[in-house]
Design a protein around this ligand. Structure first.
Ligand code: NAD
Length: 270
């Protein structure tokens, strides 16, 4: 059993899209911070199983569940499985997401729907089930001041327009007001809701932007801090935002981007 002194001890977290990249790193970080972790995946379970094994090796508890977050029945079943295994859910990391890029005039309705269904509808479905469970279960003052915590994985593209990625940018812009509306509606219940907006993080979603020295050099022009982010950078922030140390942070988007949102084009006087 993990130490009860850990910040997320005796809490249960669902992490969506936990088989790779940011979701996998968040799952491992939350597990190492004491949470029981339910790792959602679609398709190949290998990455989620690896992360679950790592959590168990550090003394925590973890289980993997297949669930497409854009499907209501599968999301309801995901939460039912988490509650059956661990009694309740205290934390949701609304992370699953994808890109389907194309010039706007060539963008198909199928590609628009896929991105909006996973990145925005998926976050709605998971957040709704999470809050239903927080309310059903009631307060647990022995584990957290909050009734429950939700983190929506957004992107710098909730504020930076992105040519060739209109569906993705629209989905993340939507996540911003979804998160804030949920936070406004449920703050009085002590449901704490925030977003993390990463800049460029080394994961499979954007590998062509960093997996060669030439590509990475080009990417660094957009990052004043001159480092591409790592999934572990996001995992550490997720633990903080889920812990009572951040109890007064509510309805906020935390940008974690090495300064990508600082208008780097003006770095040398514009
Ligand atoms: P990734 O491709 O490694 O991870 C995305 C995960 O979502 C994958 O494990 C994938 O299987 C899962 N997924 C896709 N569709 C799903 C569905 N229908 N149901 C459940 N899971 C599904 O990429 P990542 O960078 O780790 O992305 C994680 C999140 O971070 C995404 O929301 C992404 O938009 C966001 N993000 C990433 C970056 C970055 O630079 N990597 C920057 C900003 C935001």
């Amino acid at each position: 059993m993990p130490s009860t002194n850990l910040p997320l001890a005796r809490q249960t977290a669902i992490v969506t899209g936990a088989s790779s990249g940011i979701g996998k790193a968040c799952a491992i970080a939350l597990g190492q911070a004491g949470a029981n972790v339910v790792l959602d995946y679609v398709g190949n379970p290998t990455g989620a199983e690896e992360a679950a094994a790592q959590i168990r090796a550090s003394g925590g508890q973890a289980m993997t569940v297949a669930c497409d977050v854009s499907q209501e029945d599968q999301v309801i079943a995901l939460f039912q499985k988490a509650v059956a295994a661990f009694g309740t859910v205290d934390i949701l990391i609304n992370n699953a997401g994808l890109q389907k890029d194309s010039p706007f005039v060539d963008m198909s309705v199928a590609d628009w729907d896929l991105v909006l269904n996973v990145n925005l509808k998926g976050q709605f479905l998971c957040a709704r089930e999470a809050i239903r469970e927080f309310i059903r279960r009631g307060p647990r003052p022995d584990v957290s001041v909050a009734l429950g915590k939700i983190i929506c994985m957004s992107s710098v593209h909730e504020i930076i327009p992105w040519a060739g990625h209109a569906n993705y940018a629209a989905s993340k812009g939507g996540v911003d007001l979804l998160m804030k509306s949920i936070a406004q509606e449920h703050g009085h219940l002590k449901v704490r809701v925030n977003s993390i907006a990463p800049g460029a993080i080394k994961t499979p979603i954007n590998h062509e932007a960093w997996d060669s020295p030439k590509a990475e050099k080009h990417l660094l022009q957009l990052i004043p801090y001159k480092r591409v982010g790592l999934p572990e950078d996001i995992g550490k922030l997720a633990v903080f935002l889920c812990s009572d140390d951040s109890d007064y942070i509510h309805g906020e988007t935390i940008f974690i981007d090495g300064g990508m949102t600082l208008y780097p084009g003006f770095e040398d006087n514009g």
